[in-house]
Write a protein that binds this ligand. Structure first.
Ligand SMILES: [Fe+2]
Length: 208
């Protein structure tokens, strides 16, 4: 009998290659790349649009129509039920060469995601992190002879992406973008909430 190892309590990250077709990606770039004029607090080579809603533009409505069924899919893994979901805010990120995105997570949201609108350098892929910090003393085994495993790794680099590809993840998951060695990297990010959750009658409703 083969020994078995169980990866208990895993975290879902959903990748949908080609979630947005090329025409829609080009339309988003034409309409929104020029509106990313709010500077990022941590990186001078990163800027964002204001927060947008699907109803603000037919293009954003099309994005929501393509993405929402996938949010229902990852939500079913997270909450065990195909709930009704809505995207409550979306924004476009414009990162020039040398820009980076500091490690962060998305508050007041349950599922977050990113759609890649331009090609990007492998070094500027989105990186996900295990929770950091805590108040306990820490023992580690980290040196040149240590091999990464799914159990000792503290970060996960997302797969290479093409324009139109989508990544969805639980909003609590920490993520960052390392310094971008390439050209302009443009993405569309968003947050989504379910209509409500119910713990044996202790229920809560959410609204944007
Ligand atoms: Fe983010």
């Amino acid at each position: 009998m083969m020994d078995e190892v169980f990866g208990v309590f895993p975290t879902p990250v959903l990748r949908a290659a080609g979630a947005l077709e090329g025409e829609l990606v080009q339309g988003l770039l034409r309409h929104f790349a020029g509106l990313a004029d709010s500077p990022n607090a941590a990186s001078g080579a990163l800027s964002h649009t204001r927060l947008l809603r699907p109803a603000d533009s037919p293009l954003l409505g099309q994005v929501a129509a393509r993405i929402t069924p996938r949010i229902v899919d990852i939500g079913a893994l997270m909450f065990g039920q195909r709930l009704g979901w809505s995207i409550k805010e979306m924004w476009v990120n414009l990162m020039d060469g040398g820009g980076h995105q500091a490690m962060h997570q998305h508050a007041n949201s349950f599922v977050s995601g990113v759609v890649y609108l331009t090609p990007l350098e492998p070094a500027a892929r989105t990186v996900f992190h295990k929770p950091v910090g805590g108040t306990e003393f820490v023992f580690r085994n980290e040196h040149a002879e240590v091999a990464p495993t799914p159990f000792n790794a503290d970060r996960w680099i997302s797969p290479s992406t093409a324009p139109g590809d989508l990544l969805l993840f639980p909003s609590y998951l920490l993520h960052s973008v390392p310094p971008n060695p390439g050209g302009r990297r443009i993405t569309l990010s968003f947050n989504a909430i379910p209509g409500g959750l119910d713990a044996w009658g202790y229920a809560v409703r959410f609204g944007a």
